[in-house]
Design a binder for this molecule. Structure first.
Ligand code: NAI
Ligand code: ENO
Length: 368
């Protein structure tokens, strides 16, 4: 039987993770990678994220049964344009992974017109890291994966086929239309990135003279600005694509800030308390790591004394149980005595076992 062929265009964090996810359930398929950046392409092959690399997009596309476009969203528009002029396989499915859907799906609908089935895709997990070295097969485990078929309900067979291809990602698929998609992710993902960047830039401007603010920047500031370390190019493209939604959210935001401004001005103690209580209640009820837009990293926080050998002691305990660590980092020093170590695992089971093993020796907790 002929081997199914997948073409992955753009081998960064997301493209690489999709390739690894596809291989989990389709071991025999052939994954061809294409990337404008030769280094990423070579790395992807060396790391066995893809089976072979291509420098000829056109000829690889004509061999593919599935084409996944995993480039920044403005590039995705150009790539659909290029694919349009080619003689593609009859039943090829084209999908993307971009954070915005309206522009891309509109273009696909107008340009591909029956030549191929286009189903927009958006895995709702990721990281502030870029590049194929950060790619992980489990990156999307239990995360929502939004699907936006260009042909609406007419493409339900193809949607099932695509879900089959992507089954190994472990994601939870939800189908919606492009308008609903862009508003939803505009609110819960794009807008928070704008706020994080603006907060950091504000502090940076204020900090210029003395450099004291960043020295004292506490956990809260770090927590809500982590995503400001994401790729500027990727976020530029997202803002250009989701312009209308973001402009309307910024207007509404003025109103929201106006409310708390009034409460402070009026020294309205009860009002301020209610404001924070309401937000705490909503935040506390958000789904945990099992589902949602928060990336599925399995982190365990460990209180440790800031002294030599502490990391070695923890890794030794975990090694005794053969629990693999994917990352380990000291994230905070408290009063120069205690530190918080964040240890990341591959799965929820590993995290639970680690907590059990470290429990008798260290105080551990799941959320910082
Ligand atoms: N980073 C994240 O957390 C998430 C990103 N996304 C979406 O995934 C897409 C990719 O993002 P990342 O993987 O994070 O970026 P990345 O920067 O890690 O990878 C993008 C890759 O695309 C390549 N590329 C750019 N233009 C190209 C072109 N015209 N032809 C071929 N290759 C090209 C780059 O060389 C790079 O290797 C973006 O559209 C983004 O909106 C979706 C969910 C999460
Ligand atoms: O790391 C984070 O907090 C993210 O926000 C990841 C992310 C980035 C872009 C997306 O379209 C979806 C998820």
């Amino acid at each position: 039987m002929e081997k199914n062929t997948v073409l992955l265009i753009g081998l960064g964090l997301i493209g690489g993770s999709i390739a690894l996810g596809i291989k989990r359930k389709h071991e025999k398929c052939r994954i061809i990678g294409y990337d404008l950046n030769e280094n990423q392409l070579k790395l992807a092959e060396t790391l066995k994220v893809i089976d072979e690399s291509s420098t000829d997009l056109a000829s690889s596309a004509t061999e593919a049964d599935l084409i996944v476009i995993a480039t920044p969203v403005v590039q995705t528009e150009n790539i659909i344009d290029q694919l349009m002029g080619l003689q593609l396989k009859k039943n090829v499915i084209i999908t993307d992974v971009g954070s915005t859907k309206k522009k891309v799906v509109d273009i696909a609908r107008n340009k591909l017109g029956g030549k191929a089935v286009f189903i927009g895709g958006h895995p709702m997990a990721g990281s502030h890291k870029s590049g194929v070295t950060a790619a992980r097969a489990h990156l999307f485990e239990n995360a929502f994966y939004l699907l936006v078929p260009a042909e609406g309900e007419n493409s339900s067979d193809s949607v099932e086929k695509l879900k089959g291809w992507l089954e190994g990602t472990g994601a939870v698929f939800v189908v919606m239309d492009e308008k609903e998609h862009d508003r939803l992710v505009g609110i819960i993902s794009h807008f928070p990135h704008v706020l994080a960047a603006s907060l950091v830039n504000y502090v940076a401007d204020e900090d210029q003279a003395k450099g004291t603010l960043s020295r004292f920047a506490a956990g809260g500031f770090r927590d809500i600005t982590r995503i400001a370390s994401s790729s500027p190019e990727m976020w530029r493209d997202i803002l250009l694509h989701n312009r209308e939604v973001l402009l309307s959210l910024l207007d509404q935001w003025d109103e929201e800030l106006g409310k708390i401004k009034e409460l402070i001005k009026d020294e309205n103690s009860q009002g301020i308390l209610d404001y924070f209580t309401r937000s705490k209640q909503f935040r506390d009820r958000l789904p945990g790591r099992s589902k949602g837009a928060i990336p599925s990293f399995y982190d365990l926080y460990v209180d440790v004394e800031d002294e030599p050998g502490v990391i070695a002691s923890i890794t030794k305990l975990l090694a005794e149980e053969k629990i693999s660590i994917t990352n380990i980092r000291i994230i905070e020093t408290r009063e120069d005595i205690m530190g918080v170590l964040r240890v990341s695992f591959r799965s929820e089971t590993d995290r639970q076992e680690a907590q059990k093993k470290l429990g008798p020796y260290y105080e551990t907790y799941l959320d910082k």
